[in-house]
Design a protein around this ligand. Structure first.
Ligand SMILES: [Zn+2]
Length: 296
Protein backbone atom coordinates (compact mmCIF):
# COMPACT_ATOMS: atom_id res chain seq x y z
CA UNK A 1 0.00 0.00 0.00
CA UNK A 2 1.55 3.37 -0.99
CA UNK A 3 1.40 6.49 1.14
CA UNK A 4 -1.61 7.87 -0.72
CA UNK A 5 -3.60 4.65 -0.29
CA UNK A 6 -2.75 4.56 3.43
CA UNK A 7 -3.94 8.15 3.85
CA UNK A 8 -7.16 7.36 2.01
CA UNK A 9 -7.71 4.31 4.19
CA UNK A 10 -7.06 6.33 7.34
CA UNK A 11 -9.43 9.03 6.19
CA UNK A 12 -12.11 6.42 5.49
CA UNK A 13 -11.64 4.97 9.00
CA UNK A 14 -11.92 8.44 10.52
CA UNK A 15 -15.09 9.11 8.55
CA UNK A 16 -16.64 5.81 9.63
CA UNK A 17 -15.75 6.40 13.28
CA UNK A 18 -17.06 9.97 13.30
CA UNK A 19 -20.21 8.71 11.57
CA UNK A 20 -20.71 6.19 14.37
CA UNK A 21 -20.02 8.82 17.03
CA UNK A 22 -22.45 11.19 15.37
CA UNK A 23 -25.25 8.63 15.28
CA UNK A 24 -24.53 7.57 18.89
CA UNK A 25 -24.71 11.16 20.13
CA UNK A 26 -27.81 11.74 17.99
CA UNK A 27 -29.68 8.80 19.50
CA UNK A 28 -28.49 9.87 22.96
CA UNK A 29 -29.93 13.35 22.31
CA UNK A 30 -33.17 11.74 21.15
CA UNK A 31 -33.41 9.76 24.37
CA UNK A 32 -32.84 12.89 26.43
CA UNK A 33 -35.42 14.86 24.51
CA UNK A 34 -38.71 15.21 26.41
CA UNK A 35 -41.54 14.22 24.13
CA UNK A 36 -44.70 16.32 24.36
CA UNK A 37 -47.57 15.09 26.50
CA UNK A 38 -49.98 12.77 24.69
CA UNK A 39 -53.12 10.91 25.61
CA UNK A 40 -53.55 7.19 25.06
CA UNK A 41 -57.17 6.01 25.07
CA UNK A 42 -58.05 3.01 27.24
CA UNK A 43 -61.82 3.09 26.78
CA UNK A 44 -64.58 5.61 26.23
CA UNK A 45 -63.66 8.62 28.38
CA UNK A 46 -60.64 7.01 30.02
CA UNK A 47 -57.05 7.76 28.99
CA UNK A 48 -53.47 7.46 30.11
CA UNK A 49 -51.44 10.70 30.07
CA UNK A 50 -48.01 9.84 28.69
CA UNK A 51 -44.69 11.63 28.06
CA UNK A 52 -43.90 15.22 29.05
CA UNK A 53 -41.80 15.66 32.20
CA UNK A 54 -42.97 13.49 35.04
CA UNK A 55 -44.77 10.22 35.55
CA UNK A 56 -47.58 8.71 33.48
CA UNK A 57 -50.97 9.84 34.71
CA UNK A 58 -54.62 9.31 33.90
CA UNK A 59 -57.62 11.20 32.66
CA UNK A 60 -61.34 10.54 32.96
CA UNK A 61 -64.01 12.58 31.20
CA UNK A 62 -67.09 12.50 33.43
CA UNK A 63 -70.59 13.95 33.02
CA UNK A 64 -69.75 17.38 34.33
CA UNK A 65 -66.00 17.63 34.38
CA UNK A 66 -62.66 15.97 33.99
CA UNK A 67 -60.72 14.05 36.62
CA UNK A 68 -56.94 14.05 36.21
CA UNK A 69 -54.68 11.52 37.94
CA UNK A 70 -51.23 12.95 38.75
CA UNK A 71 -49.84 16.24 37.59
CA UNK A 72 -46.49 15.84 35.75
CA UNK A 73 -43.75 18.10 37.07
CA UNK A 74 -43.36 21.31 35.10
CA UNK A 75 -45.50 24.09 33.64
CA UNK A 76 -44.89 23.10 30.04
CA UNK A 77 -46.12 19.54 30.64
CA UNK A 78 -49.21 20.75 32.51
CA UNK A 79 -49.99 23.28 29.76
CA UNK A 80 -49.65 20.49 27.20
CA UNK A 81 -51.90 18.23 29.30
CA UNK A 82 -54.59 20.93 29.50
CA UNK A 83 -54.31 21.51 25.74
CA UNK A 84 -54.67 17.77 25.06
CA UNK A 85 -57.76 17.67 27.30
CA UNK A 86 -59.25 20.62 25.39
CA UNK A 87 -58.79 18.57 22.23
CA UNK A 88 -61.15 15.84 23.46
CA UNK A 89 -63.69 17.69 25.63
CA UNK A 90 -64.93 21.18 26.48
CA UNK A 91 -65.50 20.14 30.10
CA UNK A 92 -63.23 21.77 32.68
CA UNK A 93 -60.78 19.92 34.90
CA UNK A 94 -62.74 19.46 38.12
CA UNK A 95 -60.58 17.09 40.18
CA UNK A 96 -56.89 16.34 40.35
CA UNK A 97 -56.02 13.17 42.26
CA UNK A 98 -52.44 12.68 43.47
CA UNK A 99 -51.58 8.97 43.77
CA UNK A 100 -48.72 9.81 46.19
CA UNK A 101 -46.35 12.63 47.15
CA UNK A 102 -43.37 12.18 44.78
CA UNK A 103 -42.37 15.26 42.78
CA UNK A 104 -42.81 13.62 39.38
CA UNK A 105 -46.51 13.15 40.27
CA UNK A 106 -47.32 16.31 42.22
CA UNK A 107 -45.00 19.19 41.30
CA UNK A 108 -47.33 20.07 38.42
CA UNK A 109 -50.20 20.70 40.88
CA UNK A 110 -49.13 24.36 41.07
CA UNK A 111 -49.71 24.87 37.32
CA UNK A 112 -53.33 23.70 37.30
CA UNK A 113 -56.05 26.35 37.71
CA UNK A 114 -56.62 27.21 41.38
CA UNK A 115 -60.27 26.11 41.29
CA UNK A 116 -59.31 22.49 40.54
CA UNK A 117 -60.02 20.37 43.62
CA UNK A 118 -56.95 18.35 44.61
CA UNK A 119 -57.56 15.03 46.36
CA UNK A 120 -55.06 12.65 48.01
CA UNK A 121 -54.64 10.27 50.90
CA UNK A 122 -54.22 11.98 54.28
CA UNK A 123 -50.67 10.56 54.65
CA UNK A 124 -49.79 11.82 51.18
CA UNK A 125 -50.84 15.34 52.19
CA UNK A 126 -48.65 15.09 55.26
CA UNK A 127 -45.70 13.94 53.16
CA UNK A 128 -46.03 17.10 51.04
CA UNK A 129 -44.50 18.99 53.96
CA UNK A 130 -41.70 16.55 54.73
CA UNK A 131 -38.11 17.51 53.85
CA UNK A 132 -36.62 15.84 50.77
CA UNK A 133 -34.36 12.80 50.83
CA UNK A 134 -31.37 15.17 51.10
CA UNK A 135 -32.98 17.10 53.97
CA UNK A 136 -33.97 20.09 51.79
CA UNK A 137 -37.15 21.87 52.97
CA UNK A 138 -40.44 21.15 51.19
CA UNK A 139 -41.54 23.65 48.54
CA UNK A 140 -45.14 23.22 49.76
CA UNK A 141 -44.66 25.04 53.07
CA UNK A 142 -44.77 28.40 51.25
CA UNK A 143 -48.25 29.94 51.86
CA UNK A 144 -48.45 30.83 48.13
CA UNK A 145 -48.48 27.08 47.42
CA UNK A 146 -51.43 26.39 49.73
CA UNK A 147 -54.03 26.21 46.93
CA UNK A 148 -52.04 23.43 45.27
CA UNK A 149 -51.66 21.11 48.24
CA UNK A 150 -54.40 18.42 48.40
CA UNK A 151 -57.46 20.02 50.00
CA UNK A 152 -59.61 16.90 50.32
CA UNK A 153 -58.12 13.81 51.92
CA UNK A 154 -59.48 10.41 52.91
CA UNK A 155 -58.36 7.47 55.02
CA UNK A 156 -59.59 4.15 53.56
CA UNK A 157 -61.97 4.74 50.70
CA UNK A 158 -63.71 7.51 48.80
CA UNK A 159 -66.12 7.46 45.85
CA UNK A 160 -66.51 10.24 43.33
CA UNK A 161 -69.73 10.19 41.32
CA UNK A 162 -70.18 11.57 37.85
CA UNK A 163 -73.91 10.95 37.45
CA UNK A 164 -74.20 7.16 37.48
CA UNK A 165 -70.46 6.69 36.86
CA UNK A 166 -68.36 5.97 39.91
CA UNK A 167 -64.66 6.48 40.45
CA UNK A 168 -63.30 4.65 43.49
CA UNK A 169 -60.31 5.87 45.48
CA UNK A 170 -58.75 3.18 47.68
CA UNK A 171 -56.01 3.10 50.26
CA UNK A 172 -54.63 -0.37 50.93
CA UNK A 173 -51.76 0.56 53.25
CA UNK A 174 -48.12 1.60 53.45
CA UNK A 175 -45.71 0.49 50.71
CA UNK A 176 -43.81 2.67 48.25
CA UNK A 177 -44.61 5.63 50.57
CA UNK A 178 -47.15 5.90 53.40
CA UNK A 179 -49.81 7.53 51.23
CA UNK A 180 -50.11 5.67 47.90
CA UNK A 181 -53.62 5.19 46.62
CA UNK A 182 -55.40 3.34 43.83
CA UNK A 183 -57.86 5.12 41.54
CA UNK A 184 -60.23 2.45 40.28
CA UNK A 185 -62.73 2.62 37.42
CA UNK A 186 -65.01 -0.39 38.01
CA UNK A 187 -66.86 -0.26 34.67
CA UNK A 188 -63.55 -0.26 32.79
CA UNK A 189 -61.96 -2.63 35.33
CA UNK A 190 -58.95 -0.34 35.17
CA UNK A 191 -56.85 0.80 38.14
CA UNK A 192 -54.28 3.60 38.29
CA UNK A 193 -51.81 2.60 40.95
CA UNK A 194 -49.12 5.31 40.74
CA UNK A 195 -45.68 3.96 41.65
CA UNK A 196 -46.83 0.82 43.45
CA UNK A 197 -45.50 -1.21 40.52
CA UNK A 198 -42.37 -1.01 38.41
CA UNK A 199 -41.37 -3.13 35.47
CA UNK A 200 -37.85 -3.58 34.17
CA UNK A 201 -36.36 -1.76 37.14
CA UNK A 202 -36.50 -2.41 40.87
CA UNK A 203 -39.46 -1.21 42.90
CA UNK A 204 -38.83 2.10 44.67
CA UNK A 205 -39.46 1.98 48.40
CA UNK A 206 -39.02 5.42 49.95
CA UNK A 207 -37.80 4.48 53.41
CA UNK A 208 -37.14 8.16 54.19
CA UNK A 209 -40.89 8.79 53.76
CA UNK A 210 -41.90 5.76 55.81
CA UNK A 211 -42.25 3.35 52.89
CA UNK A 212 -41.74 -0.36 53.65
CA UNK A 213 -41.26 -3.33 51.32
CA UNK A 214 -43.01 -5.87 53.58
CA UNK A 215 -46.03 -3.59 53.86
CA UNK A 216 -45.83 -3.09 50.08
CA UNK A 217 -46.38 -6.83 49.59
CA UNK A 218 -49.38 -6.80 51.97
CA UNK A 219 -50.78 -3.65 50.35
CA UNK A 220 -50.66 -5.04 46.81
CA UNK A 221 -52.09 -8.37 47.98
CA UNK A 222 -54.98 -6.52 49.59
CA UNK A 223 -55.49 -4.55 46.38
CA UNK A 224 -55.83 -7.73 44.32
CA UNK A 225 -58.26 -9.18 46.89
CA UNK A 226 -60.41 -6.05 47.00
CA UNK A 227 -60.77 -4.81 43.44
CA UNK A 228 -61.29 -6.95 40.36
CA UNK A 229 -59.21 -4.74 38.07
CA UNK A 230 -57.85 -6.34 34.93
CA UNK A 231 -55.71 -3.43 33.75
CA UNK A 232 -53.19 -1.66 35.96
CA UNK A 233 -51.77 1.68 34.83
CA UNK A 234 -48.72 2.97 36.65
CA UNK A 235 -46.32 5.89 36.71
CA UNK A 236 -43.39 4.39 34.83
CA UNK A 237 -44.54 1.18 33.12
CA UNK A 238 -46.77 -0.12 30.39
CA UNK A 239 -50.29 -1.20 31.31
CA UNK A 240 -50.14 -4.65 32.92
CA UNK A 241 -52.57 -7.39 34.01
CA UNK A 242 -53.21 -9.08 37.37
CA UNK A 243 -50.59 -11.74 36.72
CA UNK A 244 -47.86 -9.09 36.38
CA UNK A 245 -48.83 -7.71 39.81
CA UNK A 246 -48.76 -11.23 41.29
CA UNK A 247 -45.32 -11.82 39.74
CA UNK A 248 -44.11 -8.49 41.15
CA UNK A 249 -45.29 -9.51 44.64
CA UNK A 250 -43.58 -12.91 44.26
CA UNK A 251 -40.31 -11.32 43.14
CA UNK A 252 -40.35 -8.96 46.11
CA UNK A 253 -40.99 -11.84 48.52
CA UNK A 254 -38.16 -13.88 46.97
CA UNK A 255 -35.80 -10.92 47.35
CA UNK A 256 -36.86 -10.46 50.99
CA UNK A 257 -36.37 -14.16 51.76
CA UNK A 258 -32.92 -14.18 50.18
CA UNK A 259 -31.87 -11.13 52.23
CA UNK A 260 -33.25 -12.65 55.42
CA UNK A 261 -31.30 -15.84 54.72
CA UNK A 262 -28.08 -13.90 54.11
CA UNK A 263 -28.58 -11.89 57.32
CA UNK A 264 -29.01 -15.18 59.19
CA UNK A 265 -25.72 -16.24 57.60
CA UNK A 266 -24.17 -13.19 59.30
CA UNK A 267 -23.37 -11.50 55.99
CA UNK A 268 -22.80 -7.71 55.98
CA UNK A 269 -24.97 -5.30 54.01
CA UNK A 270 -22.12 -4.83 51.53
CA UNK A 271 -21.79 -8.57 50.98
CA UNK A 272 -25.54 -8.93 50.60
CA UNK A 273 -25.74 -6.04 48.13
CA UNK A 274 -23.08 -7.78 46.00
CA UNK A 275 -25.46 -10.72 45.61
CA UNK A 276 -27.94 -8.53 43.71
CA UNK A 277 -27.95 -6.40 40.57
CA UNK A 278 -26.25 -3.03 41.02
CA UNK A 279 -29.48 -1.09 40.46
CA UNK A 280 -31.16 -2.98 43.32
CA UNK A 281 -28.73 -1.60 45.92
CA UNK A 282 -31.16 0.93 47.39
CA UNK A 283 -34.01 -1.57 47.61
CA UNK A 284 -31.74 -4.21 49.14
CA UNK A 285 -30.60 -1.68 51.77
CA UNK A 286 -34.22 -0.82 52.62
CA UNK A 287 -35.15 -4.49 53.02
CA UNK A 288 -31.97 -5.14 55.04
CA UNK A 289 -32.82 -2.29 57.43
CA UNK A 290 -36.45 -3.38 57.72
CA UNK A 291 -35.36 -6.91 58.70
CA UNK A 292 -32.67 -5.64 61.09
CA UNK A 293 -35.13 -3.27 62.77
CA UNK A 294 -37.62 -6.10 63.08
CA UNK A 295 -35.01 -8.22 64.84
CA UNK A 296 -34.21 -5.62 67.48
ZN1 LIG B 1 -42.96 8.31 39.88
Amino acid sequence: MNKNQTMKKNLKTILIISGILLSVSFSYAQQQEIRPVRLSQISDGLYEILDGRGANGGLYVGNDGVLVIDAKMDKESVDQTIKEIAGITEKPVKYLVNTHSDGDHVNGNQYFPEEVIIIAHENCREEFFHPGRDGSPSIWGDPAMAPFVPEITFRDHMDIFYGSEKVELWYFGVGHTTGDIVVYFPVEKTAFIGDQFFQGRPQLIHSYKGGNSFEHVKTLTKMLETIDAEKFCSGHSEIVDRQAIKDHIGQMQARQEKIRFLIDEKRTLEEITDEFDENEARLVESIYNEIKEGLL
